[in-house]
Design a binder for this molecule. Sequence first.
Ligand code: ADP
Ligand code: MG
Length: 702
Amino acid sequence: MNYSHLDRPIQFLKGVGPKRADAFARLGITSARDLLYHAPRRYDDASSVESIGSLEVGMDATAIGRIRSKGVIPTRRGLRIFQAVLEDDSGMITVAWPGQPWLDRKLREGDTLLVSGRVKFFHGRQLQPREYIVLERGVGGESASSTDTELESGMVFVSYPASEDVPQWVLRSVFDKNLTEMLTWADDDEYVTPRMQAEHGLPRLAEAFKWLHRPKTIYEAEKARRRLAFDELFFLQLIQAQARRKATEDNPGIQHIRTNELIRPLHQALPFELTTAQGRALREIYNDMCSGRRMNRMLQGDVGTGKTAVAVFAMLLSVEGGRQACLMAPTEILAEQHARGVSRMLDPLGVEVTLLTGSLSVRSRRDALESISSGSARIVVGTHALIQEAVAFDELGIVVIDEQHRFGVKQRMAISDREGRIPDILVMSATPIPRSLAMALYGDLDLSLLDEMPPGRKPVTTSLRSTDHRTAVYEFVRSEIAMGRQAYIVYPLVDDSEKIDLLSAKREFERLSSEVFLEERVGLIHGQLASAEKDSVMREFITGKIDILVATTVIEVGIDVPNASVMLIEHAERFGLSQLHQLRGRVGRGTAESHCILVAEPGENALERLRIFRDTSDGFEVARADLQIRGQGDLFGSQQHGRDPALRFADLLLDEDLLVDAQSEARALVEEDPELERADHAAIQAHLEGLYKHRLAMFRVG
Ligand code: ADP
Ligand code: MG
């Protein structure tokens, strides 16, 4: 790609220099392009900013003014209060920060501040800010422009994510000095054609950046966000469309032959009828499998919707047509669990299941590998790792991937048999996510949905208890165990933490086993244990040698212990709703009445969230609520910010329409020019190789 001014190192922008460049780098900004993409975290416009003269006691308001005087005031009770008098053209107000005397060193007379908070009465009007931002540095500062005039000209105030070393006013001043020039460079990155602009209502990139950083109205800022959101969704979909094309078109698929030789007997042997949803999913799968195209399908359904049964039918189609089938699970325990479940279904048909895990003896492992490569093993169940590394199938027709953890496109595409032939792929996911999110995450896959529970399942009773009820809750757990049941008790932390005051699994395990549950057998599992240790604790729980399993969320992964009837979750307010739903799915798997008990001392907001959860048993509804409340970060499994790093502008709930547009543009583009070789697609190719490559690498591919 040609050098673009957008690649200019941040150091060479006006007002930066080498020392500040280091500080910018720590904020993730190393080039002019990075700076343009550094999105404001907040906008305040004239309609939301009050003039100081108009502030009244009781208002919750945002105001902007210059510090006229300031100082630290001691109170009789020993509390030190930092106070400043803020002034604009309309008047003055005292702003006070109790207990933050150190602000005296950070704020200067002449600084322009944006403050938000409630106006109280205390020797006159006083505002105690929830939030404040230094918009401009006063005496000795760099920017001399007056904020008052900006307000009058109808500007919107932008505030950026800042840091100790790159404070708000530095960011604002660097933008002031460089934005106009940077906007002239933005065309270098433009790839959206005039047709796409018109069709999807998108501004040009240069316009979008102008509106992002210096909007005249909040509406302009929103239009800018939508454009940048489109870009994110488009490139995400483009990468997936390419993967999809590779997977389905480049590799001629297997045309499975359905004889019903095994499928019919399985229908007869099962003690139940398939649900309508299972039937529909199976038809979609059989269509794919019997066509000449390679299947790349995701089977999505809440815990207990019967995905495994569907998968077994799909595997039988492969087997009756003369090929092998395999099912991959993320852990040994889950592989063993699947092997048991699948064997139970297939025993009456006389079809054997070969289990392949790391804990097999050397000999049985060798035997298993031999029968897999000779083709005598028809159905193989094992862990992802083993099947990928060690196994040469004779003729593999289908791979079912139980995707508790995300399995990348590349990993999926790398599966083949001894001759390098690529099997059909069915990914099973128990994470119920809204369709828009599924499209975003799995744009390369076709989707089959199990949106219906088999009949007769008892719903899990969910209840909310405050911490003073803990003793009663323990009593309840004890009574369940006395009836022969088992229980999980889940904590948000493995270990005690100095930073947050939360109960931890290790500490509570000590207390529960030595003080509370003296008669009961208590075990402990958490993510710091080696996987062999985890497996052995899990086995003890599965076989009933442990009554109570104290745990962290490591057990949210598809474990099936039908005898467990209580899921007790401490500090429930610390968990996302989808996570709570996964945890709740660990009980209610047997015949017993089951209970999910949330212990929490939450504030009002959190309480509302937990009430929604208590009253909603449908995983998709829970996921939607979760997405609405917490943002999309957690659903993507990202630990940062609460937002996925690859989607900084897009919001999958708000932008479903954009996502649909982006997907159809991306798929059309890949149809037209699969390798993006045409000259007019050079900018898109450059984006993929540059900007999006590393952003998206952590996302899905690779
Ligand atoms: P999932 O993998 O989606 O969590 P499973 O496939 O493990 O669900 O099924 C959960 C339980 O429901 C299993 O015991 C299975 O035998 C049973 N099951 C599956 N399909 C049906 C059905 N159509 N009717 C009744 N029970 C079913
Ligand atoms: Mg299952």
